[in-house]
Design a protein around this ligand. Sequence first.
Ligand SMILES: Cc1cc2nc3c(=O)[nH]c(=O)nc-3n(C[C@H](O)[C@H](O)[C@H](O)COP(=O)(O)O)c2cc1C
Length: 222
Amino acid sequence: MSNPAFIPYKPLQVISEDEMKNNSLDFLNKIGFRRSIRHFSDKPVPLSIIKNCIKAAGTAPSGANLQPWQFVVISDPNVKKEIRIAAEKEEEAFYKDWAPQEWLEVLKPLGTNEEKPFLETAPHLIAIFMKKYAINMENRITKNYYVNESVGIATGLLITALHFSGLVTLTHTPSPMRFLNEILSRPKNEKPYLLLVVGHPADKALIPNITKKKFDEICSII
Ligand SMILES: Cc1cc2nc3c(=O)[nH]c(=O)nc-3n(C[C@H](O)[C@H](O)[C@H](O)COP(=O)(O)O)c2cc1C
């Protein structure tokens, strides 16, 4: 029998409004603990957890369901070292040569610089690539749609899944990132989207004392 075009939707759960309110608050409280971490421990993280979180990311909605993403998990210390060397080279040029003063000003509260030791210390890096186009079985180019939006949503799910698994992340975007294609042998239709650093926080890890906008600043209700 061929696959039907439509199947009944199975909801996760049918719950009362009170339970919904509790769930939304519970999620809000827990996601509020997510912070970008730049001091990582070298404590290992089982690959199975990373795989589950990437599977969760793969459930994301995407333009025409074309799923224009590729996740590359890097746990090999030699490859992490190669990535650190290449990233620090780009970052040095960014901080010393070409970053506009305005950009450097907004980065100041974060205390970032060209040194990226976490790229070696953290047990896993996940390089996320976006596929502007795909190459089908007949070697034909097929276009993907809403690629940035789709990969952004998948990445958000990935960060959330890692957070709820008890891990911490850093969203890292050394600019430009094409070196990731070379080091990771990725085809040219894949463009690096960002590099996620994943692991446990170092003992006494510090985070910048920054705040989020208030609800009324980010939401209008009509
Ligand atoms: C698209 C994007 C790119 C980022 N690039 C970097 C980066 O290259 N290096 C870095 O240290 N942090 C980077 N960050 C992390 C942000 O600085 C961080 O999310 C922001 O300061 C808010 O802090 P929080 O994540 O702890 O809430 C990036 C975040 C995003 C969403």
